[in-house]
Design a protein around this ligand. Structure first.
Ligand code: HEC
Ligand code: HEC
Length: 284
């Protein structure tokens, strides 16, 4: 005998359905309230925390890196100077016929050899000119014919961070590319090149060079220093010579034997420095 139901709608199947519908509604309500909760509560902003972390790490890296880099602006300045350097001769543009010709001529006139190869391979030529005598900026030095011992001492001082004046910061990383033996080979090669020797005028600059006592160390002709560790000056770039004299005077250049010259510079004004530089570099 089948069970009799008071209400014909009330079947086991419908009871079963009602149970699951109830459960589903309950679940849906729970889910929705969770969503509302999630949407309205104060959650920590993970992204901004991460960004803050990244910022902190980045600034630590920046601090460490900036301590290893040359003075701010110095590299940009050099890059600017290299870019604006006159390229008229094509001598410094690798691949051009005039560059090849200049390199061949130089290789021949300097006996080629290891020094010449190092000077071009290690990119010294980019700033100082392939002949070590035509720097791209008037504030950079000519090196050809300079005393070997002086050259070597300067390279060592750049490397060890003892010479830091002017644009020395660009020389420091360069010196990390050459071993001590290579520095010696380079110094000998540069010293063996024909120096730039101008005709020196008989003017106010010369009078100052004599009266201020420069000759005592650098020689009558600014070309015969009393010690191999002292530099030749004749024919040097005017701007470079001015910068160095001022740096030795104010103490920003204090490497090597600079102290020997500092006392003398105290009695030489900026105007006199300019006159002397123009004389010894043959500018007039
Ligand atoms: C990016 C340009 C640049 C490059 C590349 C470069 N130099 Fe220099 N060098 C300079 C500047 C600038 C100075 C002068 C620094 C100052 O006092 O302002 C200098 C100074 C020197 C001096 C000292 C000269 C003096 O009269 O006191 C020597 C030696 C020298 N460089 C050798 C080299 C050699 C060797 C190389 C290659 C291994 C080289 N340089 C690569 C820019 C450069
Ligand atoms: C007591 C010796 C002495 C006297 C005097 C002296 N100098 Fe010097 N000068 C030096 C020495 C040493 C250096 C190189 C310093 C070093 O070791 O780096 C030098 C460097 C220089 C340089 C930089 C050369 C370069 O290639 O970087 C110039 C320019 C210069 N002297 C000009 C003069 C003038 C001008 C006078 C006179 C007003 C003078 N000096 C007087 C010893 C002297």
């Amino acid at each position: 005998m089948p069970t009799q139901y008071s209400n014909h709608r009330d079947t086991p199947l419908r009871r079963f359905n009602a149970f699951w519908w109830g459960l589903a509604c309950f679940g849906l309500f729970g889910l929705m309230s969770t969503v509302v909760d999630w949407a309205t509560c104060d959650r920590p902003d993970v992204e901004s925390l991460r960004a803050a972390d990244r910022h902190e790490i980045k600034s630590e890296v920046d601090t460490v890196q900036s301590a290893m880099l040359p003075a701010a602006g110095s590299l940009e300045k050099v890059a600017g100077e290299i870019k604006s350097a006159p390229k008229a001769s094509g001598q410094f543009v690798p691949g051009t016929a005039s560059h090849q010709k200049a390199m061949d001529a130089l290789s021949n006139s300097t006996g080629g050899g290891e020094g010449f190869k190092l000077f071009t391979d290690k990119t010294c030529a980019t700033c100082h000119g392939a002949d070590a005598n035509t720097p791209i900026s008037p504030a950079y030095p000519k090196l050809a014919g300079q005393n070997a011992e002086y050259l070597l001492a300067q390279m060592k001082d750049f490397h060890e961070g003892k010479r830091t004046n002017g644009q020395s910061a660009v020389m420091k990383p360069m010196m990390a590319l050459v071993s001590e033996q290579e520095q010696k080979t380079l110094a000998d090669w540069m010293a063996g090149l024909k120096p730039a020797m101008p005709t020196l005028a008989d003017d106010a600059g010369k009078a100052l060079f004599l009266s201020k006592g420069c000759i005592a160390c650098h020689g009558m002709d600014a070309n015969s220093p009393i010690m191999p560790l002292y530099p030749r000056l004749a024919g040097q770039n005017t701007q470079y010579a001015i910068d160095q004299m001022k740096a030795i005077k104010d103490g920003t250049r204090s490497n090597g034997q600079s102290a020997a010259m500092k006392g003398i510079m105290a009695g030489v004004s900026d105007e006199e420095i300019k006159l002397i530089a123009e004389w010894l570099t043959g500018k007039k």
